[in-house]
Design a protein around this ligand. Structure first.
Ligand code: F6P
Length: 360
């Protein structure tokens, strides 16, 4: 059984489906198998900046219903880097020392952090500074964490985007329209290429492959000649204009984020092709809802493996899915690259093989 341990767990960065199942898996393995204590830290590192720290003791009963729940019941944030934390007076301050102090005050033997590449990098830096034991679990709908074929949340997002295309198909055909679906993914086109193939898109546009409006219109005309007066286009949010400009929207607080490339394309395509166009921006719907079976499986496998790494005394590692197995990789290697869609990717080849237009 080994020595008794008290471990912490937190979810950091944007939420996604599968976070609650991974918390459940960690508790079942750590409490159920090893008899350890698990403290859930609220709102990522922000829970460790509170005095006293905001934590919940997690037992088997408290995580029992979590397998099918979206989001994260511990809460999360994708703002507030603790090394440059924005203070109410407008200044930024390094609050990493408070986090390290609270980690030690809680008497934790190890921390499991569930996050994307940015969160994992911050948590790993904190662990090095504070001399604590850290294990990472990759999650992100963007699926852009390197050295793992899967990150928690991606599969559910692809299912949702695929279902959106399925629904758009019928209304597109009924009205002879060009329907554009804008999906998330940050600077990587993994969601668009996967959902585009699965949902039968005619055109898939991803940030990694340059396109021209002319090529898209050629596809629309080609379909018209085949008697198909509608067209389904899926586009990643980070696809740029034809001239290479980023398309972003800015809110009243001057915060800028991706958004709007679908409408940009619709305007250009309708002028160039004469087709009637409509745009659907899927947004945060991709992050919500019930985790897919594959995300539940990945979360369960990653949660168990992360606890086992701690039991074996292996730290500074990220659990990873590679060639049908859960393995672990050094965190420094996992975060040194950002995984985008490769031009030689199987899905790119598949799309081309199916006659899907990638815009180039
Ligand atoms: O990284 C996950 C993600 O959903 C991206 O796909 C998207 O660009 C971003 O987060 C949205 O962030 P926010 O929730 O802050 O709007």
């Amino acid at each position: 059984m080994g020595e008794h341990k008290r471990i912490g767990i937190l979810t950091s960065g944007g939420d996604c489906a599968g976070l609650n199942p991974v918390i459940r898996a960690v508790v079942r393995r750590a409490v159920g198998t090893y008899g350890w204590e698990v403290l859930g830290i609220c709102r990522a590192t922000q829970g460790l900046m509170q005095h006293p720290p905001q934590v919940l003791l997690l037992d088997m009963d408290s995580v029992d219903p979590l397998l099918t729940h979206g989001g994260t019941f511990l809460g999360t944030t994708n703002q507030g880097d603790p090394f440059a934390f924005p203070m109410p007076d407008g200044t930024v301050t390094d609050r990493s020392g408070e986090i390290v102090d609270n980690y030690h005050k809680l008497g934790l033997n190890a921390l499991i952090g569930i996050g994307g590449d940015g969160s994992i990098a911050i948590l790993s830096r904190l662990a090095k500074q504070g001399g604590f034991n850290f294990v990472a679990i990759p999650k992100t709908i963007d699926n852009d964490v390197d050295l793992t074929e899967r990150a928690i949340g991606f599969d559910t997002a692809v299912n949702i985007a695929t279902e959106a295309l399925d629904r758009l198909h019928f209304t597109a055909a009924s009205h002879s329209r060009v329907m554009i679906l804008e999906v998330m993914g940050r600077d990587a086109g993994h969601i668009a290429i996967a959902a585009g193939i699965a949902g039968g898109a005619d055109v898939i546009l991803i940030p990694e492959i340059p396109y021209t409006i002319e090529n898209i219109c050629q596809k629309i005309w080609q379909r018209q000649q085949q008697g198909k007066n509608y067209c389904l286009i899926i586009v990643s949010e980070a696809v740029r204009t034809e001239d290479g400009e980023r398309v972003t929207s800015t809110n009243a607080l001057s915060q800028s984020r991706y958004g709007g490339v679908g409408q940009y394309l619709a305007d250009r395509i309708s002028v160039c092709s004469g087709a009637e166009t409509r745009v659907t921006v899927l947004g945060h719907i991709q992050r919500g809802g019930t985790p897919s079976p594959l995300d539940r499986l990945t979360a369960s496998a990653f949660g168990v493996a992360a606890v086992d790494l701690i039991a074996e005394g292996h730290y500074d590692r990220m659990v990873s899915w590679q060639e049908r197995q859960v393995v672990s990789v050094p965190i420094s290697e996992a975060i040194s690259h950002y995984r985008v869609v490769d031009a030689e990717d199987t899905l790119v080849k598949t799309a081309r093989g199916l006659g899907i237009c990638l815009g180039d």
